[in-house]
Write a new protein. Structure first.
Length: 187
C-alpha cells in the first residue's frame, strides 16, 4: 500500500512516538516491554490534519528517528516535537524544530494534539477492526494500511482506492511472508 515515489510530508509536521500493544504489567512509556514502538508524523494544514506517516522503530534514539524523518519529511519543514533528546540535532539535517515542553502544557494531549489524535484513532482501529489481535511482526503492514486509508479519507473518488491498490501492485515488487515478518517492506 506504500507507493515508493510518494510525496514527502511538508510544512508544519508534528512528530512523536508511541507504544502499541496490550495492557501488560511493568513499565509504561519509553522502555516498556511487550509493546512495539512506532514513530508518527502528522502534517498540519490550517490547524487540521493533513497526511500521516507511521513506522515501527527499534528504539527512540536519534539513529532510529533521523532515517524515519528524512525518508518521510521534506527538508526545510518545521517539526513540532516534545523535548525528547532522540530528536536533538535534527536541525543539522535541514529541518526547523519547535519544542513543546510538557511543563508548559495543561495536559499531555495538549502538547501534540494532532499526533495524539492519530494515535488514538489508530489504537481504536486496531482494537475495533482487528480485535487487538495484531502481532508485532506484522504491525508495519497494518500501519501501512491505516496510513493508506487515512490519507485518502477525503478523496472525492472513493472508487479509485481499489484501482490505486492494483496500480501499486504493478509498481512494487512482491513481498514474501518472511519480508513482512521482518519489517523489510520499505527497504
Amino acid at each position: 500500500m506504500v507507493i515508493p515515489s510518494r510525496e514527502k510530508l511538508s510544512g508544519e509536521i508534528e512528530v512523536d512516538e508511541c507504544y502499541i500493544g496490550g495492557k501488560f504489567e511493568g513499565k509504561a512509556g519509553r522502555g516498556s516491554e511487550n509493546k512495539t514502538l512506532i514513530a508518527v508524523a502528522v502534517e498540519i494544514k490550517s490547524k487540521k490534519l493533513g497526511r500521516v506517516r507511521m513506522s515501527v522503530m527499534k528504539d527512540a534514539s536519534s539513529d532510529s528517528f533521523v532515517p524515519f524523518i528524512t525518508r518521510n519529511i521534506e527538508k526545510g519543514s518545521t517539526l513540532i516535537t516534545d523535548g525528547w533528546r532522540g530528536l536533538s540535532g535534527i536541525e543539522s539535517h535541514g529541518y526547523r524544530r519547535i519544542v513543546h515542553k510538557q511543563s508548559e502544557a495543561i495536559n499531555e494531549d495538549e502538547m501534540l494534539p494532532h499526533v495524539h489524535l492519530i494515535v488514538s484513532l489508530l489504537k481504536r482501529w486496531l482494537l475495533g477492526t482487528h480485535q487487538g489481535a495484531v502481532e508485532p511482526k506484522y504491525l508495519q503492514s497494518y500501519l501501512d494500511e491505516y496510513v493508506f486509508r487515512f490519507n485518502r479519507r477525503t478523496s472525492s473518488k472513493r472508487g479509485l482506492l481499489f484501482y490505486r491498490l492494483l496500480e501499486n501492485a504493478m509498481i512494487v515488487s512482491p513481498s514474501t511472508l518472511d519480508d513482512i515478518k521482518k519489517g523489510r517492506l520499505l527497504e
